[in-house]
Design a protein. Structure first.
Length: 135
């Protein structure tokens, strides 16, 4: 099953792309709720390059690495990557009136319901929007 989420940010495509692909920006938006953080983001943005974003509860009770490998990088329009469990993700950036539409499609995993996954990934995308809209 593929899940699709999206948002529109009030910024040009290149600004949205930079916020999505810059480690210092990623650490400012890549978490689903205020009690979590992304203290580290490593990214080698090229086909065959890898990424690793550390996500942790602020109270230190749990954390995990969100990691994978880029398969397609078409700056500043499209990123495709594969996660460690071989699920595929596609992120597309397109100019629209008033900003940039960001559409993220990802293959669902089995541990959580599709709705839980959609809500969690959308919460992270909403953080991305808040950051970009303020920039």
């Amino acid at each position: 099953m593929t899940i699709r989420i999206e948002t529109t940010v009030e910024a040009p495509v290149r600004t949205a792309w930079h916020a999505w692909t810059s480690p210092d920006m990623i650490t400012r938006w890549n978490f689903a709720s205020d009690d979590w953080a992304c203290p580290r983001a490593e990214i080698d943005l090229r086909p065959g390059g890898s990424f690793n974003y550390r996500m942790e509860a602020k109270d230190g009770s749990m954390g995990f690495d969100f990691a994978g490998q880029f398969t397609v990088v078409e700056a500043p329009r499209r990123i495709e990557y594969s996660l460690g469990d071989d699920r595929k993700v596609v992120v597309e950036f397109s100019a629209v009136e008033g900003g940039t539409r960001v559409v993220e499609s990802f293959e669902a995993e089995d541990a959580f319901s599709a709705e839980q996954q959609k809500q969690g990934w959308q919460a992270i995308l909403n953080n991305f929007k808040r950051l970009v809209d303020r920039s």
